[in-house]
Design a protein around this ligand. Structure first.
Ligand code: ZN
Length: 241
């Protein structure tokens, strides 16, 4: 692969992943990945019965542990870079998101279930609030975004939104049907608007940490290499630790 090997969507046992952060980092080093993001779940929706980060104490512990591995990698001159991430369920309440997420503590925030223009408005409102309190946003992305909710309507408002807030589109190895040729127009729009694209495997076990080949094939298939490079640029300019 001519590009860095990245997997920006991984769950640890802080939410519903099977392995510890330590086990994930160890495996990623062995697999010679260049960038990984641990993005555990954050929600107070009906899915909150599931293991999720939902209180300050656990979130602080999670962040501390991630920071210590970031330092470990740098101090050992390892090429692997680890991002402190979070996967935010957009069915959570606005208050919950605003109360518990300290944006400047994260390198990456993924949003899942952006499925309507109402949710776009919901997210826009939160991002505008955050904008007032912080100068530099972490990297923002859409986790396993399903084009079918938007593909047959006017795509321009969605693309303008992604462009304005620099939100990337994720190619996720777990959802191949989202990248079907019937959404060709959608992918053309991503290209036209230069929306960054990333790769995430939604790994819940270290066994699929390196399932990045297929998403990368999709990026090439839709000629989105330039969009991928935009994302790589923000990864490179990220100040880790
Ligand atoms: Zn996930």
């Amino acid at each position: 692969m001519p590009f860095p090997k990245i997997n920006l969507h991984i769950h640890s046992n802080y939410s519903d992943g099977k392995q510890t952060i330590n086990q994930i980092v160890d495996k990623a080093i062995k697999l010679e990945l260049d960038y990984i993001a641990i993005t555990d779940h954050f929600t107070n929706s009906w899915k909150a019965w599931f293991s999720t980060l939902n209180n300050n104490e656990t979130i602080s512990k999670y962040l501390e542990e991630l920071s210590s591995y970031q330092r470990y990698l740098i101090n050992n001159n390892n090429h692997l870079r680890l991002l402190k991430g979070l996967e935010v369920d957009l069915a959570s309440t606005e208050k919950f998101i605003k109360d518990f997420i300290q944006l400047d503590k994260f390198d990456l925030i993924l949003f899942e279930y952006l499925q309507s223009y109402e949710t776009v408005a919901f997210l826009k409102n939160i991002l505008n609030c955050w904008k007032k309190s912080i100068n530099n946003f972490p990297i923002l992305g859409l986790a396993h975004f399903d084009p079918s909710f938007f593909a047959y309507g006017n795509l321009d408002p969605l693309m303008n939104f992604l462009k304005e807030y620099n939100i990337y589109f994720e190619f996720n190895s777990n959802y191949p049907s989202f990248y079907s040729r019937k959404y060709e127009l959608f992918f053309e729009k991503l290209k036209e608007y230069q929306i960054p694209v990333a790769i995430g495997c939604d790994s819940h076990r270290t066994s699929n940490l390196i399932d990045i080949e297929e998403p990368f094939e999709m990026i090439k298939y839709y000629n989105l290499e330039k969009n991928f490079e935009i994302l790589l640029k923000s990864l490179k300019s990220l100040k880790i630790v």
